[in-house]
Design a protein around this ligand. Structure first.
Ligand code: KIV
Length: 300
């Protein structure tokens, strides 16, 4: 067991992080955003002191075992967001809008985002895409739902893009992403995620927009960083992208711990006296020698 002390104040006295507070961090102390999908995930992320907890639609891959994020539904996202919200984090709680919940019309987008806020407890929503999403973002912002943008490698575009590829390597593509970032800023996002883009492009976007950029696979020159919790803790059974730094190897540790428990049960060393409940008086021993229930019932 570790006695390591954290530099962060205990969660009870941490100030609540809000969307305007995140917006105001542009160019300041780097922002940290981590995904979480359930109550314990929300607790550990918040106790460690992240600024933002994202209930990402990556829940599809890392928790629910789906191939793509497009399989996750609005009800799934509400269920997971509500679980994290019950951890009552000081961090800002952002929920991803799943695929096809912000594509049909601004009105439907607003109804769906409102469910994430009212039923899930989200304090802001994130949605993928650039210029084509501007109308939807404006609708949410005018209804006072804070919106985080997300451009670059947008996993929900997997079929249209033909896979998960780094975006903006060519000048023309890079310029389009800069225009997208400016369009999102203009539409009123309070921050924008840059995923899977060259570091130099992320730096260029970060310089141009007045809202914080939060990078994942986007190099060091953004206003903040985001990682998927199960990736950084080594608890992902899929592919680890090259930008993931693993700070723990929890899947290996979990298998080893369960294996030790199986061996303890096999050799009868689990549970011990201390791990068992005991009757109050010594007469308990008599129970052992008493006739069995069936014997008593037939009058022996
Ligand atoms: O769903 C997710 O986890 C995300 C992050 C990778 C930004 O969108």
């Amino acid at each position: 067991m570790s006695n390591a002390k954290s530099d962060h104040p205990p969660p009870a006295i941490r100030k609540k992080v809000t969307a305007p507070a995140v917006r105001a961090r542009k160019g300041g102390k780097p922002l940290t955003m981590l995904t979480a999908y359930d109550f314990p995930g929300g607790k550990v992320a918040d106790q460690a002191g992240v600024d933002i907890i994202l209930v990402g639609d990556s829940v599809a891959n890392v928790v629910l075992g789906y191939e793509t994020t497009n399989e996750v539904t609005l009800d799934d996202m509400i269920h997971h967001t509500a679980a994290v919200a019950r951890a009552r984090p000081s961090a800002l709680l952002v929920a991803d809008m799943p695929w096809m919940t912000f594509h049909v019309s601004p009105e439907e987008t607003l109804r769906n985002a409102a469910r994430l806020v009212r039923e899930g407890g989200a304090e802001a929503v994130k949605l993928e895409g650039g210029t084509p999403r501007v109308e939807m973002i404006r609708k949410l912002v005018s209804a006072e739902i804070p919106v985080m943008g997300h451009i670059g490698l947008t996993p929900q575009s997997v079929h249209a893009a033909g896979g998960y590829r780094v975006r903006g390597r060519r000048l023309e593509d890079a310029r389009r992403l800069i225009d997208d970032a400016l369009a999102l800023e203009e539409a009123g996002v309070f921050a924008v995620v840059l995923e899977g883009v060259p570091a130099i492009l992320a730096q260029a976007i970060t310089r141009r927009v007045s809202v914080p950029t939060i990078g994942i696979g986007a190099g060091p020159d953004t206003d903040g960083q985001v990682l998927v919790m199960h990736d950084m803790l080594g608890f992902n059974f899929g592919h680890y992208p090259k930008f993931v730094r693993r700070y723990a190897e929890l899947s290996g540790e979990a298998v080893a711990a369960i294996d030790r428990w199986i061996r303890d049960v096999d050799r009868g060393s689990f549970p011990s006296e201390e791990e068992s409940y005991h009757m109050i008086d010594a007469a308990a021993l008599e129970l052992i020698d008493e006739p069995s229930g069936t014997d008593r019932a037939i009058g022996h």
